[in-house]
Design a binder for this molecule. Structure first.
Ligand code: UT7
Length: 319
């Protein structure tokens, strides 16, 4: 028995920026961006904030799950792009929802953040500490994008995705087929300084990325972690209906599908419309699939993410 997702929700800012608009700012083209990444458009926040988008996605997830804010025991928000360091975004969400009973904290493991949040919440549910948890990925990556750097500004977008976690069995019967990894020695592949502090870090205040290094890392490590998750859950790749992966680059996802010898149709994507929204990608994609009726009771999923840190991880989920 597993910790289930009882409801999902997402939020995208209204403003859509297409590749042609980006090509007016930096030396790139719609053709280059589409062939190298799969991205056509991304949503960019105007008035929206990380906390505001998180709260809107959460309201939709609560409605989808048919539960009230008072039933939430725990709120975890994953973000790397907040406007504030205090209070944490999860406390802002708690206030906005009126989820008075909920404990609240943020996590930062970048694009693996939804996996980290799921594991932390599921472990608390298994320990009997909480019954109902809300896990959100919310990102306003445009806060930290250098719009003169064509290596990064073509990729990122803004948005939020949320999921309600609940167990449908006694805590002692819960299994958590979830694996998290990190390799801090590769951290310089994706950096951003907050610009404050007595001891200045050797990074600047925008996202700086060695795209090639992360590309190679993802294509190697994500299939490995998926195999670990499959082993833990006792399934083969063929038995999985969908692999819901972090949306960093369509070519990365295609390469992972090939390595796992699985048909590309088992790898849903929203990168074409949304770009890479770090920790929001996976819950937003899940919400898309949920609302389109693709996820039926018993549908078998493996979710996996990778990103700055470097971090990577995955978990098995039955709908
Ligand atoms: O969310 C997790 C963190 N991020 C990622 O996972 C990103 C992973 N990496 C990637 O998605 C890809 O590495 C990028 C999309 C960032 C870059 O694609 P690439 O195929 O690895 O391109 P590249 O860096 O090898 O560059 C190939 C060529 C270079 O020109 P030369 O040296 O061959 O003449 C670049 O200067 O493409 C050039 N280039 C561009 N041209 C037009 C690099 N960026 C652009 C651009 N437009 N935006």
């Amino acid at each position: 028995m597993f910790v289930k997702i009882a409801g999902t929700g997402s939020f995208l800012p209204e403003r859509v920026v297409d590749n042609f608009e980006i090509a007016r700012k930096v030396d790139t083209s719609d053709e280059w961006i589409q062939t190298r990444t799969g991205i056509r458009t991304r949503h960019i926040a105007t008035d929206e904030t990380v906390a505001g988008m998180a709260a809107k996605a959460a309201e939709r997830a609560l409605e989808n799950a048919g539960i009230s804010p008072e039933e939430i025991d725990l709120i975890i928000v994953s973000t790397v792009s907040a406007e504030q360091s205090l209070p944490c975004i999860a406390c802002d969400v708690q206030k906005a929802l009126g989820a008075k009973r909920a404990a609240a904290f943020d996590v930062n493991s970048a694009c693996s953040g939804f996996i980290t949040g799921y594991q932390a919440a599921a472990a608390q549910i298994k320990a009997g500490l909480v019954k109902t948890a809300l896990v959100i990925g919310s990102e306003c990556l445009s806060n930290y994008v250098d719009w003169t750097d064509r290596g990064t500004c073509i990729l990122f977008g803004d948005g939020a995705g949320a999921a309600i976690l609940k167990a449908d069995c006694a805590p002692e019967d819960i299994q958590i087929p979830c694996v998290l990894h990190a390799d801090g020695s590769l951290g310089e592949a994706l950096t951003c300084s907050l610009g404050h502090g007595k001891h200045k870090v050797p990074f600047d205040e925008y996202y700086r990325m060695d795209g090639k290094a992360i590309f190679k890392f993802a294509v190697r490590k994500v299939p490995e972690v998926i195999r670990e998750v499959l082993k833990m859950s006792g399934h083969t790749a063929d038995e999985i209906d969908f692999f819901v992966l972090h949306q960093a680059n369509k070519r990365i996802i295609d390469a992972i599908a090939k390595r796992l010898r699985q048909d590309e149709s088992k790898f849903p994507m929203n990168i074409m419309d949304n770009g890479n929204i770090s920790s929001a990608c996976i819950p937003m994609l899940l919400d898309d699939m949920n609302r389109k009726g693709i996820l039926k009771p018993g549908t078998k999923l493996v979710l996996a993410g990778f990103g700055a840190g470097l971090t990577w991880g995955g978990f098995y989920l039955e709908w």
